[in-house]
Each structure stands twice: as C-alpha cells, then as structure tokens.
Write a protein that binds this ligand. Structure first.
Ligand code: AMP
Length: 117
C-alpha cells in the first residue's frame, strides 16, 4: 500500500466508496464524478501506478482486473446494449489517479471513442 495513494486508502477502508464488487485481488466502486449512467472503477488491491506497470509486474492482476470488469458489466446489466472499458495511462490520456483503474462505462450510448479538444 502507498499511504499517499487515494485508491490504496479506499482499499484500506480509510476513505469511503460505494463498492459494487470485490474479490481477493480487486475492488470495484462507483466513480465519484460519473461520466455515464453507469461508471464504475475497477482496481487491483495491490498498488501499481498504471496499466503498463501492472502488466509488467503482475500479469495475474491484469487478468483479475479484466475478469472483475466483466463481472461488473454483467452485474450492472450492460451486456445487452454494450459498454466501454477504458484505462487512461499518462498525461495525454488525462490520467489523474496513479493507481491503475479500469473505467466501466455504460447505460447509454457513449458517443465517439475519442474527441480531441
Ligand atoms: P483517471 O482520469 O483515469 O485517472 O480517472 C480518475 C477517476 O477517479 C475520475 O473519473 C474521478 O472522478 C475518480 N475519482 C476521484 N476520486 C474518487 C473517489 N474518492 N471515489 C471514486 N472515484 C474517484
């Protein structure tokens, strides 16, 4: 755990979150500022700053995050109409929290994949 990491502190129970799914290695909770009717963040409980760091250090955690994301999408009723799974990584992607997280987005048509400013 990184004591300065917001999402590590959610895993530790020090900061509240609306948890929707949990496994031994992952936690999923609602985004505090949702960008779609369903917006859930899926994280590994272990701290990895971004997707590349997690994939290099712990491929099993990467698989667990994907499996948990699929379980969340199903539990949220998104399989019929579809959903988007998104990892922001680094500055150009606008990553704000440096504990890797998958965004599960759905519940309405999501528009184009990318809109440049
Ligand atoms: P990213 O830009 O990919 O790093 O996304 C970070 C996400 O974390 C944003 O969508 C924020 O709304 C979300 N977020 C920030 N703080 C919290 C929190 N305390 N609980 C839930 N989601 C949060």
């Amino acid at each position: 755990m990184d004591p300065d990491c917001l999402f590590c502190r959610i895993v530790a129970g020090e900061i509240p979150a609306t948890v929707v799914h949990e496994t031994d290695t992952t936690l999923a909770f609602r985004d505090i500022s949702p960008k779609a009717p369903v917006h859930v963040l899926v994280i590994p409980k272990e701290h990895h700053p971004d997707l590349v760091a997690m994939a290099r250090a712990d491929p099993g955690a990467s698989a667990d995050v994907l499996a948990a994301s699929a379980a969340v999408a199903e539990a949220e009723g998104l399989l019929g109409d579809g959903f988007r799974l998104m990892f922001n990584s680094g500055a150009y992607a606008g990553q704000e929290v440096f504990h890797v997280h998958a965004h599960v987005l759905g519940g309405a048509p999501l528009g184009p994949m990318v809109v440049l400013p």
